[in-house]
Design a protein around this ligand. Structure first.
Ligand code: GTP
Length: 316
């Protein structure tokens, strides 16, 4: 693969090629289990989008952990959940396909919640693939030690795990242990990606996620499941002087399912959409390192979650 500038990539020179490991890990768990936060803690910078609302991670986002002894490529999956709509089905197909291809799976089970039917569903799915699974008691800082022990026992009963590790991504408790354990399951291999690369997610997907995150912020209804974002076009504005500097025009469409949801996203006299645009633009400028003019449109695509044609158009 080539990097964005087109220059020849520099690969890490492993200290000991005989023992250097590299491979893929997939992070699964029910919605809100702490998957994205774990990926960010492992990689050490924000690559996946977190929110306190379930299922905000629609796309598979990779973060890459570079170590002296290993390179761990993390695949952050959408919430693995029981399919209710066609979208749910597609997501689960995507997740299962990914599970079979990776070298190790991290299964997140939040310590502040009992092991439940959602976790059992995922455990059954994991039992179908041969990939080793490391079970993680996430958000360990949220509970007393007695409750944590109980949680670890419940996890142990749930399936056949390669390891079980309690972790808190926010408190940086045992994040390094999780990295060690995941790396121990990778094959001996030269590095797969150039050093310093954190994510190979295309800019468009990251931009769409930034807009989606901004559009969801503070909305207290069922919008998360009804919102999809498409980056239609990214073009450099012609005729800019050197003094003005480059400006990138980014045209984005936010799809909602119903007219009422469109009104929520736009807000009174467009006030909310302007805020969404301002927040998202700041993130996009930070991501791309250039000034951006963000053009946001909200469109109603009726029942897009259930319509195969619409799903394809929206990139699912
Ligand atoms: N206290 C505490 N909260 C955490 C920890 N890890 C994650 N959280 C919180 O749990 C919530 C969900 O975390 P995410 O990382 O977005 O969860 P996710 O599994 O990626 O969620 P989906 O994308 O919905 O599947 C967020 O509000 C996080 O801040 C932790 O170690 N301690």
């Amino acid at each position: 693969m080539t990097d964005r500038s087109g220059a020849a990539p520099t690969y890490a020179s492993p200290r000991d090629p005989e023992s250097y490991r590299a491979g893929f890990a997939c992070v699964v768990g029910r919605p809100n289990a702490g998957k994205s936060t774990l990926v960010n803690a492992l990689v050490g910078t924000k690559v996946a989008i977190t929110s306190d609302r379930p299922q905000t991670t629609r796309h598979t986002i990779r973060g890459i952990v570079h170590r002296d002894d290993a390179q761990l490529v993390l695949v952050d999956t959408p919430g693995l959940h029981r399919p209710r709509t066609l979208l749910g089905n597609r997501l689960n197909e995507l997740v299962i396909g990914t599970l079979a291809e990776v070298d190790v799976i991290a299964f997140c089970l939040p310590s502040d919640q009992k092991v439940g039917p959602g976790d059992e569903f995922i455990a059954r799915t994991l039992a179908e693939v041969r990939t080793p699974v490391v079970a993680l008691a996430t958000k360990a800082n949220l509970v007393e030690s007695q409750r944590l022990v109980q949680h670890l026992i419940e996890i142990d009963r749930l399936g056949d795990w390669a390891d079980i590790v309690p972790v808190s991504s926010l408190e940086d408790y045992q994040v390094d242990v999780v990295a060690d354990v995941l790396c121990s399951h990778l094959p001996v291999s030269p590095p797969l990606y150039p050093e310093g690369e954190l994510t190979d997610e295309p800019d468009r997907v990251m931009i769409a996620e930034l807009v989606r995150e901004a559009a969801l912020e503070g909305v207290r209804d069922e919008l998360p499941h009804s919102l999809a974002v498409v980056v239609e076009e990214m073009v450099e504005r012609p005729g800019r002087t050197e003094k003005q500097g480059p400006l990138l025009d980014v045209h984005v469409t936010v799809f909602v399912e119903r007219q009422s949801q469109k009104a929520i996203v736009i807000g009174a006299k467009g006030s909310r959409l302007r805020d969404v645009g301002t927040r998202a633009r700041a993130g996009i400028e930070a991501l791309l390192g250039t000034r951006v003019y963000l053009d946001l449109h909200v469109k109603v695509a009726k029942d897009w979650q259930r319509d195969p044609k619409q799903l394809q158009r929206l990139g699912f």
